[in-house]
Design a protein around this ligand. Structure first.
Ligand SMILES: NC(=O)c1ccc[n+]([C@@H]2O[C@H](COP(=O)([O-])OP(=O)(O)OC[C@H]3O[C@@H](n4cnc5c(N)ncnc54)[C@H](O)[C@@H]3O)[C@@H](O)[C@H]2O)c1
Ligand SMILES: [Zn+2]
Ligand SMILES: [Zn+2]
Length: 370
């Protein structure tokens, strides 16, 4: 069938929205009509060549939609199901999946290749095969994905917020909850208030943190963090240092979460300075390929027994955590409507990313109209 998608043909180029030819789903694949897709910073890393993806690729790894067609062998998904895409597949069988760490699923090996898990490509344009970012490619009207990349969700969840459950919400929330292991009464510093950081603030609050300090140079971001429940704000890590020192009588934060859009090696020392003895500094934001060496004084790092922890997906298990976070939203315990600052048509994708880089949005969301 013919449909529309935003393709990255070459590193550094803008997204090109154009008609594509989409094949029907093969074995264990489904065809999804994409209703909404979130514009995460990671796609911009890919566009700039800072995050690896085989090109050409259809962008987008946050999305929600409705199953329109199922391929042979699909037994637990059906036409009409509402689904959220997971940006890492969860096979349910590898050692990581069965040990409750499906964010590290061995099917992740296919993420770099751009082709389908079962081989080949379902999307084609300009006479060439086109891959799908994160095996999903949500910057499109329709996509064909492997069954391990979709999670069925409550059909009452609005698509505009459900799409955020595919990356921004679990990644930010889990960075505080699963990796930071925030405890009641803790002080938590979240550095960078975008679609990821806003959810780290919410995760810390749900764990019972006493102080949640939001750090971002953009005043609008700090206002939004306050609306979500952050107790204090600072414009930079340097400004946060005396504030956190004061708040904790010099103990510093038990947990830090760094969700800066483009992390630089020189930011690691000021970030780690914000956490206490025995504290956990969680690095969720991504650096450029060319600037991925941390600057960190090692002696005090050891003697203060600090931890610097990497994370993908905030340590979440998409198959259990995506529905769980959707239920928290429905119960009024997790704010998602407030995260969608603006919506865009697929054709406006490059404007959406310009607005993200200008600090105008917590999340910009593409909404398709059919
Ligand atoms: N590890 C993972 O699994 C994972 C998943 C998704 C996204 N990410 C990464 O997380 C990061 C954040 O993504 P996002 O979509 O929220 O991005 P975003 O651009 O929406 O938000 C980043 C925020 O960082 C702020 N910022 C920039 N420089 C800063 C500084 N020096 N100090 C404090 N704040 C600063 C910006 O003003 C912005 O508000 C990106 O690097 C993205 O690639 C990682
Ligand atoms: Zn993302
Ligand atoms: Zn697996």
């Amino acid at each position: 069938m013919k449909t529309k998608a935003a393709i990255l043909w070459e590193t550094g180029q803008p997204w090109s929205v154009e008609e594509i030819e989409l094949d029907p789903p093969l074995e264990n694949e489904v065809l999804v009509r994409i209703e909404a897709a979130g514009m995460c910073h990671s796609d911009d890393h890919v566009r700039l060549g800072d995050g690896y993806a085989a090109l050409p690729t259809i962008g987008g790894h946050e999305g929600a939609g409705v199953i329109e067609q199922v391929g042979p062998g699909i037994t637990d998904l059906a036409v009409g199901d509402h689904v959220v895409f997971s940006f890492t597949p969860a096979c349910g069988r590898c050692r990581w999946c069965v040990n409750g760490r499906s964010n590290l699923c061995d099917y992740g090996q296919f993420l770099m290749e751009g082709s389908m898990i079962s081989g080949g490509y379902r999307a084609h344009a300009r006479g060439r095969d086109v891959g799908t970012l994160s095996l999903v490619g949500t910057f499109a009207e329709r996509t064909v994905v492997h069954e391990t990349s979709v999670i069925r969700v409550d059909p009452e969840l609005p698509f505009e917020v459900a799409c955020l459950l595919g990356c921004g919400v679990p990644t930010g929330w889990g960075s505080a909850v699963n990796i930071g292991r925030v405890q009641p009464g803790d002080t938590v510093v979240v550095v960078g208030i975008g679609g990821i950081g806003a959810n780290a603030v919410q995760g810390a609050l749900l764990c019972g943190a006493q102080n949640v300090v939001a750090v971002d140079p953009v005043p609008f971001k700090l206002e939004q963090a306050k609306l979500l429940g952050a107790t204090h704000t600072a414009a930079s890590m340097e400004e946060a240092l005396p504030l956190v020192t004061d708040l904790t009588r010099g103990v510093m934060a038990e947990v830090g979460v760094c969700t800066i859009g483009v992390v630089e090696g020189r930011m690691i020392q000021p970030f780690v300075n914000l956490v206490s003895k025995g504290g956990r500094a969680v690095l969720t934001g991504m650096a450029r390929n060319v600037d991925d060496k941390p600057v960190l004084g090692l002696q005090m790092f050891s003697l203060f027994e600090k931890s610097l922890l990497g994370t993908v997906y905030g340590g979440c298990n998409p198959r259990s955590d995506i529905p769980r976070l959707g239920a928290l939203y429905k119960a009024g315990r997790l704010r998602l409507d407030e995260l969608v600052t603006r919506t865009y048509a697929l054709d406006e994708i490059n404007q959406g990313y310009a607005d993200m880089l200008a600090g105008k949005n917590i999340r910009g969301v593409i909404v398709n109209s059919f």
